[in-house]
Design a protein around this ligand. Structure first.
Ligand code: SAM
Length: 324
């Protein structure tokens, strides 16, 4: 490295190390936060800042993958500089309320529009339908492979608007969908009405129940053949407590299935969405998930995906409550 580097880098490093702060009496921030602050304010990342500002006004504005990465990276830099990233989520009531208010909090979209959108989930377009249809087919196959009876009793955690619970009820299962948001339950109940209108048995119901305490909220329904969570455990305020509670909802020999829960790298991708929608999203470690399942008394842990953990591919994991 030549002397030119020192000349160029000197002033930057000085700001980064916080020499200017030393005389102000303020607590010096870490060097990574200083670098992030400098980058977030630099013309290099200005396109990302502009995209993010527009996105904060309109959640639904069309954005390609590159634009999402640019905007998301800028937000991470800025929030890291402010000490907000990685997020810490310490206030349970605030985290719950953010999830409950989801439909009413989307920038640029009214609550009614969000509800109308979710009534028709997953028929949004060919891409989303293809993805969700593949996911529900995979989950059905997982239940078949694990020996869950085709008319067995299922409990879903974080069921959202209940589309997956509805498909599984049409398949023949008896399904209880639970979620933290009463708006979700309202949509789910329309699905129950639709089943009944089609002459199908009323083997589908929805309840408001935070997954951290779900066992207490569904005790009156008796134990389940399988409890599952699809793309929602990473929204829980306390995913460890949720796994413990979920394991208590199972019959002896029943299965807990964690389906398509995001891996660690997801934190970087979803941070932008979590901040826009005021929801709680984190990436999860496969090793930590499996350890928690074991500590909840589950055995025969089966890692269905990823076979080799690359921190990116989503988790599909199942664990069994011992038969006796
Ligand atoms: C990404 S959505 C997924 C919903 C659904 N599984 C689907 O595929 O449409 C996450 C869901 O988890 C719910 N949720 C968030 N925190 C929760 C908690 N602590 N307990 C129960 N549900 C929660 C949210 O209300 C939301 O419905």
């Amino acid at each position: 490295m030549g002397p030119g580097f020192g000349l160029l880098a000197g002033p930057v490093l000085e700001r980064v190390r916080g020499k200017d702060m030393e005389t102000t009496g303020k607590k010096p921030t870490s060097w990574t936060r200083r670098v992030a602050g400098w980058l977030a304010g630099s013309p290099l990342t200005a396109p990302g800042r502009r995209l993010m500002e527009a996105n904060f006004r309109d959640y639904h504005m069309p954005m390609g993958k590159a634009a999402k990465v640019m905007a998301g990276s800028w937000l991470i830099l800025r929030d890291h500089a402010d000490g907000l990233f990685p997020p810490s989520f310490e206030d349970q009531q605030k985290a719950y309320q953010g999830e409950i208010d989801y439909f009413a909090s989307i920038p640029g979209a009214a609550r009614e529009r969000m509800i109308a959108d979710h009534v028709v989930k997953p028929f949004w377009n060919s891409h989303s339908f293809g993805k969700y249809a593949a996911d529900v087919a995979r989950l059905m196959r997982v239940f078949e492979d694990l020996g869950v009876p085709p008319d067995g009793r299922l409990l879903e955690l974080g069921c959202g608007c209940g589309w997956m619970a509805e498909f599984l009820a049409i398949r023949g299962h008896d399904v209880t969908g639970t979620t933290i948001a009463s708006d979700d339950v309202g949509i789910g109940e329309k699905r129950v009405d639709a089943l009944v209108a089609r002459g199908l048995p009323r083997r589908l119901r929805f309840r408001v129940a935070p997954m951290e305490t779900v066992d207490e909220r569904v005790r009156d329904l008796g134990p389940f053949d399988a409890t599952f969570v699809f793309e929602a455990l990473h929204h829980a305020f306390d995913w460890r407590k949720s796994i413990q509670s979920a394991s208590r909802t199972l019959k002896p020999g029943g299965w807990l299935v964690l389906a398509n829960e995001p891996n660690l790298a997801h934190t970087f991708v979803s941070y932008r969405v979590g901040r826009l929608t005021n929801t709680h999203e984190i990436g999860m470690s496969g090793r930590a998930l499996r350890a928690e399942m074991r500590s909840a008394g589950l055995g025969d842990i089966r890692v269905l995906q990823p076979q080799v953990d690359n921190r990116v591919t989503a988790h599909w994991v199942a664990g069994k409550r011992p038969s006796r």
